[in-house]
Design a protein around this ligand. Sequence first.
Ligand SMILES: *Cc1c(COP(=O)(O)O)cnc(C)c1O
Length: 379
Amino acid sequence: MSEIERKTPIRLSKSSVGALEKDAVARVLDAGYLGIGEETRLFEEELCQYIGNQREVICVNTGTSALHLSLECLGVGYGDEVIVPSITYLASFQAIAATGAKAVACDVSLETGFLCVDDARKRVSSSTKAIMPVHYASHSKGLTEVYDFARESGLRVVEDAAHAFGCIDNDSKVGALGDVVCFSFDGIKNITCGEGGAIVTGDKQLAQRLRDARLLGVERDTEKRFEGKRSWSFEVRNKGFRYHLSNIMAAIGRVQLERIDTFSKVRRRCAISYARLLAPIEGVRLMDFDYEGVIPHIFVVRVTEGQRDGLASYLRQNNIECGIHYQANHRLDLFKTTYELPKSELLADEALTLPLHAELQEEDVLYIVRKVQEYFDSK
Ligand SMILES: *Cc1c(COP(=O)(O)O)cnc(C)c1O
């Protein structure tokens, strides 16, 4: 086959939405009730079914507010500390900062990008209230150790599972077990609502606080809204926010949930092809990932020998978008640490994310791998 040059960029990530989502939105618009209501109630019920284990599901307007609200309702605030891996989306750090608590960065495993418990141990103080493990690139290896550590140290666990919706860990869906598990349904995640998020927990008391707190702390307002009513006289005892998920967004999410198996097949197949085809290329190091039961949100490799930025710009010249997941947050001015986190720093310098989404074609993967090979051949 002759070398085909791409005229339209291969996107790093994208939503996969179509006629079904349009119909769902139109249905809500026609019904004329756009805020939190019946669609949100049904989406929560369907998420609950999908995740299993009779968990409490509270939908909110973003993944970031899911994290923030969880911490708030656990009583985390000014003077407290929350341990979080340095390699994560800025949202994890800002959600902690929003409570007034201090985000305490810890190191990650170079092979998996997952929080390193041995390092987290060094970060505990008398002010530590919680730990926020991140399901980096949709993988959960290391989560059991986090829970053991949290139990020993008396910490609550708020999982940032923004990448891991629909994934299986320990023979059950992510969210079916664990203390407090937060998902994101933003535009490029495994499923989308446009923007959206959900908190999943087995703690019924916490769940009620979360339901109230997403609607300004008005007690039992969720129950009223689900009946198409609202509270005109009410009691408020706790701080609250406007973090609820609207009917419009929930309607999109309900369609996406029905399509998740199709998305999952494409994402997993592309990730497995990448891993197989990139394995022989020197200069590229695969992460230590097993794709069994995983719906990969992103495909990350490490590019060693200082070649990451060179490879990234070569790929971009060839119309292949790529990204970096992530910069090390402890190097940002706001979250600067006095200590070094060597593995996070190395991963931040070597990580390169290749295109992965539910509309990526097998031939796109072949083209991308060929361009990666070409780059190293030219060195
Ligand atoms: C997307 C994401 C979030 C935030 O979710 P939003 O819905 O975009 O607010 C948090 N953490 C991680 C790791 C994410 O990838």
